[in-house]
Design a protein around this ligand. Structure first.
Ligand SMILES: [Zn+2]
Length: 331
C-alpha cells in the first residue's frame, strides 16, 4: 500500500529536478572557441618578420575575449589578430620540408581550443633570391665545380667517402708536416658534411696515392699520366676516378715542396677546376701558382658548399645555381 503513494511523488521529483538542471545548464555552458583556418602558405627562405597571414577564429559566446597563441619558437602569432610572422628560428627550406605543422590554441577565459595549422612552403628559384654578392659567389662556385675554364663538366663530381692519402716517393719529415698542415686547413672547411681527409701508412688502406718525385719518376709508375706531363712545364698533376659522379680514387704527382702546390692538386682531386681570379687575386686554383697563392675567402665557402651533405654528387649544370643558392640562403 505504501508503495503506491511514494512512487508518483518520486517520479515528479525526478522530472522536476531534471527540468531545473536543464534550464540552469543552458545559462552556464561555455561554448569553446573555434579555429577555422587549416592551412597557410609561405615562400621558402622568407626572412624573419615576414607575415604569413592571419588565422581565423571566433566564439559563439559573443562577449568572450579571445587570445590566440602558439608554443612554437620559430613563428610569432599576434594574440589578438592571429597574424603569424616568421621568427628567427624558422627554417623554411622547400627542398628539405614541404609542410610545417604549427600548433595554435585559442583561449576564451574558460576553454582552450587547439589546432594544428599546416604551413605549406612554396618553392622558389633560389638563385633569383640571392643578392648581387651572393650571385657572384654562386657563379664562381659553378665556374670551379664545373671546370668552366677547361673541361666544362655537365655535372659536379665529389668524393662519396672519406679520402685516405698514402704519401709515397721522396717524402721528408718536413714535407709530411706540410701536407698535414694543408689537410688540417681543408678538414676545417668540411664542417657541413661528413667528409674528411686523412693520411694512411700503406697503399692498401688508401684511396689516394701521392707521389713526390721528378717528372721521369712518373714514367713507370703512372704511364697514362706521364703521357700528359712529359715535355710540359707542370710541377704537379692530379688524376681522379669517379663512379656515378662520386670520386673514389686519386693519383697526385708533386715535384715541389711548396704547400700551395699540394693545396692546388688536392683542389683538383676534390673536384675543382682552375680559377679565373688570377689577375688581381692569388687564388690557390690559378693554373700558375707561387707560394703566395692560397684559399680566397670565397673559395673557402665554395669548398664548404661542395662538401655540404646536401650538395649531391651529379648535380647538373641546370640544377647547380639553385642548389648552391639554397645553401647560400640557408648558411
Ligand atoms: Zn691545376
Amino acid at each position: 500500500m505504501m508503495k503506491k503513494i511514494i512512487l508518483p511523488a518520486l517520479a515528479i521529483c525526478i522530472a522536476s529536478c531534471s527540468s531545473d538542471k536543464e534550464t540552469d545548464a543552458e545559462d552556464l555552458i561555455n561554448i569553446a572557441p573555434k579555429i577555422t583556418t587549416s592551412e597557410l602558405q609561405i615562400e621558402e627562405h622568407s626572412p624573419e618578420g615576414t607575415s604569413i597571414g592571419a588565422i581565423a577564429f571566433h566564439d559563439d559566446n559573443k562577449d568572450d575575449k579571445l587570445t590566440i597563441s602558439t608554443e612554437s619558437d620559430a613563428f610569432f602569432i599576434d594574440e589578438v589578430t592571429g597574424e603569424i610572422t616568421v621568427g628567427s628560428n624558422a627554417i623554411l627550406d622547400f627542398e628539405s620540408t614541404q609542410k610545417i605543422t604549427l600548433p595554435v590554441s585559442v583561449f576564451d577565459g574558460t576553454a582552450i581550443t587547439e589546432k594544428n595549422i599546416d604551413l605549406s612552403l612554396v618553392d622558389i628559384e633560389e638563385y633569383n633570391a640571392l643578392s648581387l654578392e651572393q650571385k657572384e659567389l654562386a657563379d664562381y662556385f659553378k665556374y670551379l665545380a664545373l671546370w668552366e675554364d677547361s673541361n666544362n663538366l655537365t655535372s659536379i663530381q665529389k668524393w662519396g667517402a672519406p679520402m685516405k692519402i698514402f704519401l709515397d716517393g721522396d717524402i721528408t719529415v718536413e714535407y709530411r708536416a706540410t701536407v698535414q698542415g694543408v689537410l688540417d686547413e681543408y678538414n676545417a672547411l668540411f664542417n657541413l658534411g661528413d667528409f674528411s681527409i686523412s693520411l694512411v701508412d700503406n697503399l692498401t688502406d688508401s684511396n689516394a696515392h701521392l707521389y713526390f718525385g721528378t717528372t721521369d719518376t712518373i714514367e713507370n709508375l703512372w704511364p697514362d699520366m706521364f703521357e700528359i706531363i712529359d715535355g710540359k712545364t707542370y710541377n704537379g698533376y692530379a688524376m681522379t676516378r669517379a663512379v656515378n659522379n662520386k670520386s673514389n680514387n686519386s693519383r697526385i704527382w708533386i715535384s715541389s715542396s711548396i704547400a700551395s702546390l699540394f693545396k692546388h692538386e688536392l683542389g683538383h682531386a676534390l673536384g675543382l677546376g682552375h680559377s679565373n681570379k688570377c689577375d688581381t687575386e692569388n687564388s690557390f686554383m690559378c693554373s700558375t701558382i707561387s707560394a703566395n697563392n692560397d684559399f680566397l675567402e670565397a673559395e673557402k665557402d665554395i669548398i664548404r658548399y661542395l662538401y655540404h651533405a646536401d650538395m649531391t654528387p651529379g648535380t647538373t649544370v641546370e640544377e647547380i645555381n639553385n642548389a648552391v643558392g639554397n645553401l647560400i640562403l640557408l648558411n
